[in-house]
Each structure stands twice: as structure tokens, then as C-alpha cells.
Design a protein around this ligand. Structure first.
Ligand SMILES: [Zn+2]
Length: 103
């Protein structure tokens, strides 16, 4: 299932693209995301195109634009395995996969 709703910022990783709800057309690409050194419940996000880093609560909702993830898939019908890079925003998490030999 593609992601069509806001996600908590804690789900984002380096290289993901997102937008803040108040600026949906301003696409930000994450350069680095890390725990705040002193305010432990906060995240510091360095994004391309943003001069100053953003400090956000991990549960704060953001609009996901691109979330590429590598999945190790096992064929539903045989032991074949494959590694696929999928965009969670476009494709969601894969549930079942069938290899070429079986399809
Ligand atoms: Zn197979």
C-alpha cells in the first residue's frame, strides 16, 4: 500500500525526501538525521536547501515524498531470493513476491 498520509518524522532516514505540512511544495532531502545531543527526545534534521537544521519531535507528522528502502524478498513459491529497492511512498511495503521462474 502506498503511503498517502503524513508519517512521524522518526520514520525518515538519510536521503529521504519530505515536506513540512505547512509548506507541502517545499521538498526537503535529508542529509543527516540524528538525536539531539541534549534534548534527547528531539531529532536534528539537516536537509538540502535548508540553511539551518530543523529540530523536531520524533512524532511530528511530515508529508513523505520519497522513502527508498532495500528489501530482501523471498519467492512465495520457491526458495529464490532477491534484493529490491522500493519507494515506500509509491509502493509501500512488499508483502508477497514471485520470482521470474515461478511466474
Ligand atoms: Zn520462485
Amino acid at each position: 500500500m502506498p503511503i498517502t498520509a503524513p508519517v512521524p518524522v522518526a520514520r525518515l532516514r538519510t536521503k529521504d525526501a519530505f515536506a513540512l505540512p505547512e509548506a507541502p511544495d517545499d521538498h526537503l532531502v535529508i542529509r543527516a538525521i540524528q538525536a539531539h545531543p541534549t534534548a534527547g527526545t528531539r531529532l536534528i534534521i539537516n536537509a538540502h536547501g535548508k540553511g539551518a537544521p530543523l529540530t523536531m519531535h520524533p512524532e511530528e507528522p511530515v508529508l513523505p515524498i520519497r522513502m527508498l528502502r532495500t528489501f530482501e524478498l523471498t519467492c512465495a513459491l520457491c526458495p529464490s531470493r532477491a534484493r529490491r529497492v522500493l519507494d515506500l511512498v509509491l509502493h509501500g511495503t512488499p508483502h508477497a513476491w514471485v520470482c521470474q521462474a515461478c511466474s
